[in-house]
Design a binder for this molecule. Structure first.
Ligand code: FMN
Length: 352
């Protein structure tokens, strides 16, 4: 029987199944999705992104939605988390929003420098009297060790190179990153639960991640095809259409350039579907012309997506495994069930 070590801190999560987390995805995972995931035994994160001006309102809406669904507070906190892109986020705004609507966890990602997270963790732990747990997403063994020693998070999210959206340009897949991170932490005598992220889409990925040393998993791309995702139809259609992510997606900074997003730390890029924006950049089109064409494509609505389109379609390398749109709660239950079946089968292999 699989046991979920997170059940004590987060009692709404399924006790006897691997923890399935819906990763924060900027502007896409808001209150409805996060609350629904948590209401079905998972752990949903609402994305704060880097511009926190809508956060207080988004959290109030999440709290109202939770109430309407009879989703209870736990230990005085909403049973969801909030994800921050720390490089651009304002700590004061974060604190104000969290004071009004405390949540069970804050997820940090991509600070300008790792030491910035120390103040963030301190401030959020102080205002919540330790009720809001600190999760930090890292991409290398070195980052994991440094964050573990300095920020001392409650959970480390280890993000491998198949992940969708932003991540470190230089990192390896979960297959090597996860066990090496677990070993390095153990060698330092540090005990922090690990959540695996990057390329996990179904129960097979979950079973593999647990085997490699994870205590739970976070899925991003799979939840792009959740009914509750706030996503354009053209984008979601692409998530279902695209296969063979190793060639149909790429990592690049051009998608931030054409969208006018400045400020990501230089070590990061983003994984998305290869489209005209990317191909034209590779063939030498200037950033100015590429940006103009992107803005034209924005006026086409859903026709602006696709391999010949220009609208940014951040997805992970596992996108080919996402085959239909489902309610977020069903995704959680289905992935957990599949993982349990696989783990049970592999625990009792057939001998010829
Ligand atoms: C469209 C999209 C947006 C994302 N936005 C965020 C974000 O705002 N904050 C964050 O910490 N991670 C973000 N991520 C990365 C996720 O936290 C996670 O690492 C990733 O989705 C895991 O890989 P997967 O997509 O293969 O499941 C995003 C990922 C995607 C696909």
């Amino acid at each position: 029987m699989a046991t979920n070590i997170f059940h004590t801190d987060y009692p709404w999560t399924s006790p006897d199944a691997p923890l399935v987390v819906s990763a924060p995805m900027m502007k896409i995972t808001l209150g409805r999705l996060a609350v629904t995931v948590s209401a079905h035994g998972g752990f949903g994160f609402l994305a704060g992104g880097f511009d926190l001006s809508p956060l207080a309102r988004d959290l109030t809406e999440a709290a109202e939605y939770a109430k309407s669904q009879n989703v209870l507070l736990h230990n005085g906190t909403l049973p969801i988390g909030v994800g921050f892109q720390n490089w651009g986020s304002d700590l004061h705004m974060a604190v104000e929003a969290l004071k009004e609507n405390p949540v069970a966890a804050a997820w940090f990602f991509a600070p300008k420098q790792l030491s910035d997270l120390i103040d963030w963790a301190k401030a959020i732990r102080t205002i919540s009297e330790g009720k809001t747990k600190i999760w930090v997403q890292v991409g290398t063994v070195a980052e994991a060790i440094e964050v573990a020693k300095t920020t001392k998070p409650d959970v480390l999210v280890v993000q491998g190179s198949d992940s969708g959206g932003h991540g470190l340009a230089q990192r390896s897949s979960l297959l090597t990153l996860l066990p090496e991170t677990a070993d390095a932490l153990a060698a330092e005598g540090i005990e922090i639960p690990l959540i695996a992220a990057g390329g996990i889409v179904d129960g097979r990925g979950v079973a593999a991640a647990l085997t490699l040393g994870a205590n739970g998993v976070a899925l991003g791309t799979r939840f792009l095809a959740a009914q509750e995702a706030v996503i354009a139809k053209g984008y979601q259609d692409e998530v279902l259409r695209v296969t063979d992510g190793g060639t149909s997606t790429t990592t690049t900074t051009i998608y931030d350039v054409v969208r006018g997003i400045h400020g990501w730390p230089r070590a990061y890029n983003g994984r998305g579907v290869v489209n005209r924006t990317y191909l034209d950049a590779v063939h030498g089109m200037s950033n100015e012309e590429n940006t103009d064409r992107y803005q034209e494509a924005m006026k086409q609505g859903d026709a602006g997506w696709g391999p010949e389109g220009r609208l940014t379609t951040y997805v992970g390398a596992g996108v080919g495994l996402v085959r239909k749109v489902m309610p977020a709660g069903e995704i959680v239950r289905h992935v957990q069930q599949e993982a349990l079946e696989i783990l049970q089968r592999s625990a009792a292999p057939k001998v010829q």
